[in-house]
Design a protein around this ligand. Structure first.
Ligand SMILES: *Cc1c(COP(=O)(O)O)cnc(C)c1O
Length: 335
């Protein structure tokens, strides 16, 4: 199975009208900090509050009408996107999630009319359940990242980025299972081979990063993170997103929970925007000084806004956050 720019262009036609062509806006604060234009791709403005709608709508559009329904595992946003896409086509949807998924995401999925199964404490448990439903109940399974239509759908972000700013030197992509990074890298590098595409993950449980280093998919221990949408493994049987990320990403950097905390505050106070921890890892990577200098403008994808607002307001107010096994010390912004 190989994917190309043609698949991404086909995805763009399939998702038009349902998925929003999102704005790309400058961050004056981060631009000054970087010494280059720094741009934010606002996937936070999608109807379900996250980019996952692109891949889910493309995948559901590719299903023959005559199925019993769809199923998936999810850290929240993919499930919400699949629920939205399935409802638009009148299909049953069953979303399998672990107990680590925040309640706000679970509730949103139920509101869209999908059935929710909470199973186990990890993405692997949720994945096993969606696989069982596919085998035993005949539902069509839609992987959050290891599916050609999902990757092509997420790749439409790469098209839009280079249409809006052909002069981009680099794109910083939040990285978990790698559907987003694979799609964006595939599209962007097909259009502009010199562009650099860099994946950013949290230090705690960076499955794709560790898999690339090991040369094969590896299992990681799943632990709570402010970037909850980046949790979970890449699947030991990964077929597509692993080889694509391995071959197409220029680099992979990791950020700490403290840096994610600071980046959430930064986006809020400097750009007046609300986003999930997973969305701001690109900002965290720049602020932490872990990236080399760039020869031109840099964009990052603000992947989603579906953050628990109680935690979010605690963070912007400089409060301490408890993440199960660790405590993140509170800190007023700029202090
Ligand atoms: C899913 C998700 C990601 C990571 O996408 P992958 O394709 O799994 O790498 C990043 N941010 C948010 C908000 C997400 O929901």
């Amino acid at each position: 199975m190989s994917l190309s720019l043609a698949d991404v262009l086909a995805a763009r036609r399939a998702i038009a009208g349902v998925v929003v062509r999102t704005p790309l806006v400058p961050s004056p604060f981060m631009s000054a900090r970087l010494g280059q234009d720094f741009l934010l791709k606002l996937e936070t403005t999608q109807p379900v509050g996250a980019f996952k709608l692109r891949g889910a709508v493309n995948a559901v559009a590719g299903i023959d009408g005559d199925v019993r329904g769809v199923t998936c595992c999810s850290t929240g946003n993919h499930g919400r996107a699949v629920a939205f896409a399935a409802r638009a086509r009148g299909l049953r949807a069953v979303v399998c999630m672990s107990a680590l998924v925040p309640k706000t995401k679970v509730d949103a999925i139920r509101t869209l009319g999908a059935e929710v199964r909470i199973v186990g404490r990890s993405q692997d448990d949720a994945l096993a359940e969606s696989g069982r439903l596919a085998r035993e109940d005949g539902l069509v399974e839609i992987s959050p990242f290891d599916d050609p239509l999902v990757i092509a759908g997420q790749g439409t972000i790469g098209l839009e980025l280079l249409e809006d700013r052909p002069d981009l030197a680099a794109i910083l992509v939040p990285l978990s299972g790698g559907g987003l990074a694979a799609g964006v890298a595939l599209a962007a590098r097909a259009i502009k081979p010199s562009i650099r595409v860099i994946g950013v993950s949290m230090e705690r449980g960076a499955a794709m990063h560790q898999s690339i280093r090991a040369g094969r998919p590896v299992e990681i221990e799943e632990v709570p993170s402010l970037a909850d949408s980046l949790g979970g493994g890449i699947g030991m049987g990964n077929r597509l997103s692993f080889p694509l990320c391995r071959d197409l990403l220029d680099d992979c950097v990791l950020v700490t929970e403290d840096e994610i905390y600071d980046a959430m505050q930064t986006l809020y106070f400097e750009d007046r925007m609300v986003a999930e921890g997973a969305s701001v890892v690109g900002i965290a990577a720049i602020k932490s000084g872990r990236l080399p200098a760039f020869a031109g403008p840099v964009a990052t994808v603000l992947t989603g806004r579906n953050v628990d607002m109680t935690s979010f307001t605690t963070i912007v107010n400089g409060g301490a956050v408890s993440l199960g096994d660790i405590e993140i010390e509170g800190r007023a912004y700029g202090a």
